[in-house]
Design a binder for this molecule. Structure first.
Ligand code: T4K
Length: 390
């Protein structure tokens, strides 16, 4: 790693990159390889690879216990988990979602011919703004999907109040919020259900995977049937279901990663602290905060590049990429500006001023077990020297 003292040392000015290998956002955290290999060997011995195997059942039980929720339904990925939850709740017509989220939140609706109606966010928290949600309700609205972006929680009570008042289903895309809490209760317990992603890039992963958590017995049973084509017994199909099953090797990964989860959170928390120290005082740069009176997983380090910064967001990204720091512009430009939604709903942006402003200034920086303090010092030095411009 090179030492950066002035802008002459930046790769955009012809110097070699700071990192010889790319430093990614979303590098997987991996628990004990030895334990994983043992579980993998057991899978081969049993010759039971999929279809509600023993490791999937064990993982579901351990996650339900961890979250203090009645049911955890493991699914092959977070997107299919959202689709199954939406189908099991019989949503139709229009469903209100933020545009400032990963595209899968909107796709899970559109894929089922349900119109995602994009509501604006609170620019401070990046979560749905309840007042904006109210403005988007029509006679066709059947649900609201709140997103616990970055592991901070959506305004749960306010959204629940709206859902109750208009008799709407409220569910949460909790892809970022595994192991987080709200008012002391774990995420997984709110709304009709909450949907997690256990993708490789999430701080807790099952290679690919996801789950729906709910305290609703009937809903859990419906989702269990729907993830297995709707089969209720050998020759009896009761729903037009899908194949949403988690496989055994994914559950094995989940079990070993669950054992390691507190250590990973601690590393993420420490990384976040290092970023906080190193970025302090940089003009126009704001590090997104976490409510540290609650449980947080610190899996995303999010900065905003404001008007007080002498360099714009894209110039910072370009500079970091030249140094092999593959920071990301999540979730630019917002779902409503991605082609499928731009074509279908060309005027959606008119009611999304905060979404557009926030999407234009966010950068997500690398963290997780693959990143250490020295990496963070170097990443922040790149930003500092670029901004200082000397
Ligand atoms: N809702 C929300 C709010 C979500 O954020 C997501 C997923 C979902 C729903 C849907 O859940 P899943 O169906 O995915 O379970 C990545 C992830 O693929 C996606 O899961 C995640 N959100 C999203 C925020 O990030 P991309 O398009 O950025 O992926 P990609 O290929 O650019 O990889 C991201 C970074 O991770 C790269 O820098 C490389 C690194 N990486 C990736 C993988 C797969 C590794 O270092 N190792 C790996 O194995 O979407």
């Amino acid at each position: 790693m090179k030492t950066l003292t002035s802008s002459k040392d930046l790769a955009i000015n012809g110097a070699p990159p700071c990192f010889t290998a790319p430093l990614h956002v979303g590098r997987p955290n991996i628990g004990s390889r030895e334990d994983f290999m043992k579980l993998a060997s057991d899978i081969f011995e049993r010759r039971w690879l999929s279809n509600n195997g023993p490791l999937v059942q064990e993982l579901e039980k351990r996650i339900a216990d961890f979250l203090g929720v009645k049911h955890c339904v493991a699914i092959c990925n977070g997107t299919v988990a959202l689709e199954i939850a939406i189908r099991a709740l019989e949503l139709e017509g229009e469903v209100i979602v933020p545009s400032y989220t990963f595209i899968a939140t909107a796709h899970a609706l559109q894929w089922q011919a349900i119109t995602p109606v994009f509501a604006d966010i609170d620019p401070k928290t990046h979560a749905l703004d309840p007042a904006a949600v109210r403005r988007m309700i029509t006679p066709k609205t059947t649900g609201i999907i709140g997103v616990h972006l970055w592991g901070n929680t959506a305004p749960i009570e306010e959204l629940q109040e709206i859902a109750d008042e208009f008799r709407l289903n409220l569910l949460f895309d909790a892809a970022h919020a595994f192991a987080c809490s709200h008012r002391g209760q774990m995420i997984g317990n709110f709304g009709r259900c909450e949907v997690f992603s256990f993708h490789a890039t999430k701080f807790f992963n099952t290679f690919e995977g996801g789950a729906v958590a709910t305290n609703d017995d009937a809903l859990a049973e419906t989702m269990r049937l729907m993830r297995n084509f709707g089969f209720a017994g050998f020759d009896n199909v009761v729903y037009s279901g899908t194949n949403g099953k988690m496989i055994e090797i994914a559950a094995a990964m989940g079990l070993v990663n669950l054992d390691a989860i507190e250590g990973v959170i601690e590393i993420n928390r420490r990384n976040y602290e290092h970023y906080r120290q190193e970025l302090a005082g940089l003009p126009g740069i704001t590090l997104l905060g976490f409510d540290e009176s609650e449980r947080r997983n610190f899996q995303y380090v999010v900065i905003e590049v404001g008007t007080g910064c002498p360099v714009n967001r894209d110039r910072i990204i370009e500079t970091l990429h030249a140094e092999n720091v593959l920071a990301r512009k999540y979730f630019w430009p917002g779902c409503h500006q991605m082609k499928p939604y731009r074509d279908l709903y060309p005027d959606a942006g008119l009611s999304l001023p905060n979404t557009i402003t926030v999407a234009d200034k966010v950068i997500v920086l690398p963290t997780g077990t693959a990143v250490d303090e020295q990496d963070i010092i170097a990443i922040c030095a790149i930003i500092r020297i670029l901004i200082a411009g000397q």
